[in-house]
Write a protein that binds this ligand. Sequence first.
Ligand SMILES: [Zn+2]
Length: 76
Amino acid sequence: MPNPFRKHSPRRRDSRRSKNWTIHMPGLSACKNCGANHEPHRVCPQCGFYGGKLIVAAKVKKAKKGPEEGKEGEGK
Ligand SMILES: [Zn+2]
């Protein structure tokens, strides 16, 4: 059964392990619409634009419906 010819030195071992633990930052690119930083080839999380087109509409908080507004909706 083949065996490793030589034991790897602690330096070589630790160097290998250090590579696995480095944290890679994703490359950021500026949005053409709003200028915010976002991941390339992804929809901009700020404005929802990709490739100059609106892909995801921005979420708008809905105002809480009062009792009067609810009655208006039923009449229609
Ligand atoms: Zn944007």
